[in-house]
Ligand binder design. Structure first.
Ligand SMILES: O=C(O)c1cc(=O)[nH]c(=O)n1[C@@H]1O[C@H](COP(=O)(O)O)[C@@H](O)[C@H]1O
Length: 240
């Protein structure tokens, strides 16, 4: 069962996060941006408002990254992965690495059992919105980089195909785990763009140079007056 191919370079490495509850706006963004990107990411905001059938309706034939960040007991996550595979046929989906090894294993097994082209199971490590102080309030000592490495080891040993991390941890993950894990990297901001609620950020050029396979960008593209031009500018920045 083939997984999504690792992108070579350029626009294949861009994932656009289409975060809106409005199906007409989502459809317009997807139609305009699918030719500019490797995947379209649809997540909680769109899914909760519109459901799984609407994801296929707005994305068409474009590969979809279904970002619902499952985090529950293994049986429930396995069921959610089965349902997601049947309803959306995503190329990628997310679970929280902090759900632990049995949960991640259950997600991988459910993805394998779905048949056809199974989705890549990505484990979200430490959210890019968390800085060291906010993370430590949750009881995690040692800072984001240490926690990302800890969760990455658990996730990869339990069968995750890849990891979601901030640009700040990419080179450390490559040093520790080599080329094998797919690294999907949000928290990416062109120079001068508003960080918003993102805490651990870098530019598209920095994230790709550090070893990201894909970068995820939402608002700097979808909130731009010309989303196609913003997507092309991000791709133009990437080292080849
Ligand atoms: O799993 C994700 O994609 C994700 C993980 C993470 O740690 N941080 C993060 O921002 N994301 C997602 O990446 C996208 C970033 O959007 P912007 O901040 O608008 O570029 C959002 O859809 C987030 O849900």
């Amino acid at each position: 069962m083939p997984l999504i191919a690792r992108p070579q370079s350029g626009r294949q490495q861009l994932i656009v996060a289409v975060d809106t509850a409005d199906p007409a706006a989502a459809r317009q963004l997807c139609t305009r941006l699918a030719p500019e990107a490797g995947l379209l990411k649809l997540g909680l905001e769109f899914f909760v408002a519109n459901g799984p059938a609407a994801i296929r309706a707005v994305a068409g034939e474009a590969p979809v990254f279904l970002d619902l960040k499952f985090h529950d007991i293994p049986n429930t996550v396995a069921g959610a992965v089965r349902s997601a595979c049947a309803a959306v046929r995503p190329a990628m989906l997310t679970v929280h690495a902090s759900g632990g090894a049995p949960m991640i294993r259950a997600a991988r097994e459910a993805a394998e059992a779905a048949g056809g082209d199974r989705p890549a199971v990505l484990a979200v490590t430490v959210l890019t919105s968390l800085d060291a102080a906010t993370l430590s309030e949750t009881g995690v000592a040692g800072g984001p980089a240490q926690q990302v490495l800890r969760l990455a080891r658990i996730a990869l040993d339990a069968g995750a195909d890849g990891l979601v991390c901030s640009p700040h941890e990419v080179s450390r993950l490559r040093d520790a785990f080599g080329e094998a894990p797919m690294l999907v990297v949000p928290g990416v901001r062109p120079r001068g763009a508003a960080a918003g609620d993102q805490a651990r950020t870098a530019t598209p050029a920095e994230a790709i140079a550090a070893g990201a396979d894909w970068i995820v960008m939402g608002r700097p593209i979808t909130g731009h007056a010309d989303p196609v031009a913003a997507a092309r500018a991000a791709v133009a920045e990437m080292p080849r």
